[in-house]
Design a protein around this ligand. Structure first.
Ligand code: URA
Length: 209
């Protein structure tokens, strides 16, 4: 079973409280999503590998640490995931960005990729899939399957608000994918919204409603 971690740093909780408020403007919402993504990326990258290197400071010769190992790809699930990309890249500026757009055929429920573009060496990279809301888990599972089909092997899922239903669904389908959230909410309502949630993340990010 994969790990599910709620990153409940006080700064994240405070920013999330503003994000949830229905009176928060599109401009503030967009800024806060990126700020929370930056703070979360700090924790999501905690297990990055380090190696020893020798350097000279102005005072002495010494051994220090530097990053080594896998390079990173950030992959937003379109469209709301786009809102988290800049925030992650602020901390991991060398990351490559992939994009995944999926929809489900309403009749067959089969997932269809309408857009997918990934770094060529995706199989060697640590992939951080970003999407603000983990509701039923349907799009996260489909995006992870699309990534695995193309060789991705080291995948993490980073969301702002998760519903227990979505966490369970992704853990069952992808026991190798650790999930990070800023909050675990109560449940999904009959329209598929997370309760209490923050509404439609895409619409609030892009001001489309
Ligand atoms: N997607 C959203 O944007 N919000 C929800 O509450 C659930 C899915």
């Amino acid at each position: 079973m994969s790990k599910f971690t709620v990153i409940d740093h006080p700064l994240i909780q405070h920013k999330l409280r503003i994000l949830r408020d229905k009176n928060t403007s599109t401009k503030d919402f967009r800024e806060l999503v990126n700020e929370i993504a930056t703070l979360m990326a700090y924790e999501v990258s905690r297990d990055m590998q380090l190696e020893d290197v020798e350097i000279d400071t102005p005072v002495a010769h010494t051994t220090v640490k530097q990053l080594t190992g896998k390079k990173v790809a950030v992959v937003p699930i379109l469209r709301a995931g786009l809102g988290m990309v800049d925030g992650v890249v602020k901390l991991i500026p060398a990351a490559r960005i992939g994009h995944i757009g999926m929809y489900r055929d309403e009749k067959t429920l089969e997932p269809h990729e309408y857009f997918i573009k990934l770094p060529e060496d995706i199989e060697k990279r640590e992939v951080i899939v970003v999407d603000p809301m983990l509701a039923t888990g349907g799009s996260a599972k489909d995006a992870i399957a699309a990534l695995k089909k193309r060789g991705a092997r080291y995948i993490k899922l980073m969301v702002l608000v998760a519903a227990p239903e979505g966490v369970k669904a992704v853990q069952a389908a992808d026991p190798d994918v650790d999930i990070f959230a800023a909050a675990l909410d109560d449940h999904l309502n009959d329209k598929g919204y997370i309760v209490p949630g923050l509404g439609d993340a895409g619409d609030r990010l892009f001001g489309t409603k």
